[in-house]
Design a protein around this ligand. Structure first.
Ligand code: UFG
Length: 337
């Protein structure tokens, strides 16, 4: 049995490939390497002892996607990560995001339906909740209009997948991630943003190595304990493990409906300053940061109600903020050398 992992050389994808291989699954990766390196499979091999297959092409190419499924008839399930993910870029180039994220997913689902590959785990985001009225946010919270075209592609894809499960034999689990950070303990895989990072943690670690001059903290006048926005940061390895649990749930036909949804977070919110202080503690580096104006589109606070995922998946995030920040720092130092 083989598992197809789209976007498997990317940040969350690569960590998930490691966990899958360590659980005995054979993995085929498809990735166009638009935001990742073709070396990642070799780093995965160093961790697990097994080199995953990598097919380099774009899922927007329907012919190549069909050929992939014909060439790998043992694929039983798909974990779908491949997507553009920069919120800021998506605002400036919406068509790039709608074209890539949606067409690739529609092609994938078409091929799955044709080849009767009927199980999909999808990489969604807590962005679909916007600023929730009630915290912690449960899976039943109303979905809101996305702040960015990127967020909207996640929302649209959830709808596309849901509708497809209703009209075909495909079953899916949608995983709504909160804020994944950190890196594998080996420091062989991690997040390597191209250009200037959008996200807080790579910006912190790049500032600490001197690659960036200072971190801008976007606003300290929010209605939160220290005035900076609060998020539910989750270690990428905890997140990766949840994908294996979700996959097994599909393969063992334990799902309660054709399209299930789970929040993946720790259930604890931390502010931007909490994250900075944790980083300073575990790294011993004093971070150069300045409070600046709010960033447009940022929400004030969000953290997950994880009780449904904990109970139903039998999965719980285990790693705390310090461990997340230390692993992110070890990875950044390795990248620099
Ligand atoms: N922040 C800073 N300075 C920076 C970068 C971020 O202060 O240089 C702050 C932000 O204002 C925010 C927090 O750090 O308060 C986290 O910001 P990130 O950009 O790391 O994460 P977001 O919560 O904005 O975005 C994440 C994912 C998106 C997803 C979104 C859903 O990166 O993919 O959550 O809310 F859409």
């Amino acid at each position: 049995m083989q598992i197809l992992v789209t976007g498997g050389t990317g940040y969350i994808g690569s960590h998930t490939v490691v966990e899958l291989q360590q659980e005995g699954f054979e993995v085929v990766i498809v990735d166009n390497l638009s935001n990742s390196s073709g070396d990642v499979p070799y780093n995965i091999e160093q961790i697990t002892g097994t080199l995953p297959v990598l097919e380099v092409f774009d899922l927007c190419d329907l012919g190549k996607t069909e050929a992939l499924f014909s060439n790998y008839p043992d694929i039983e399930a798909v974990i779908h990560f491949a997507a553009f993910k920069s919120v800021g870029e998506s605002v400036n180039e919406p068509l790039k995001y709608y074209h890539n994220n949606i067409l690739s997913s529609v092609n994938l689902l078409k091929c799955m339906k044709d080849k009767e590959v009927n199980k999909m785990v999808f990489s969604s985001s807590c962005t679909v909740y916007g600023q929730p009225e009630q915290l912690p946010v449960t899976e039943q919270a109303p979905l809101r209009k996305a702040e960015s075209p990127y967020g909207n592609t996640k929302k649209i894809m959830e709808d596309v997948i849901f509708d497809t499960t209703r009209a075909s034999a495909i079953q899916a689990i949608l995983l709504r991630y909160f804020n994944p950070i950190g890196a594998h303990e080996s420091a062989l895989i991690g997040e390597s943003p191209t250009g200037i990072p959008d996200n807080l943690v790579p910006y912190i670690t790049q500032t600490a190595t001197g690659k960036r001059e200072f971190l801008r903290v976007f606003g300290n006048d929010y209605n939160t304990p220290d005035g900076t926005p609060v998020r539910d940061y989750i270690h990428v390895v905890d997140l990766a493990k949840a994908h294996v649990v979700a996959l097994k749930r599909l393969l063992e036909s334990k799902t309660l409906s054709k399209c299930e949804v789970f929040n993946l977070g720790t259930g604890t919110g931390y502010s931007v300053l909490d994250v900075i202080h944790s980083f300073e503690k575990v790294s011993g580096v004093k971070l150069n940061y300045r409070i600046v104006d709010r960033r447009s589109g940022d929400i004030e606070k969000v953290w997950a109600d994880t009780s449904y995922a904990n109970r139903e998946l039998g999965w719980k995030a285990e790693k705390g903020l310090d461990e997340m920040m230390l692993s992110a720092w070890e990875w950044e130092k390795k990248l620099k050398n």
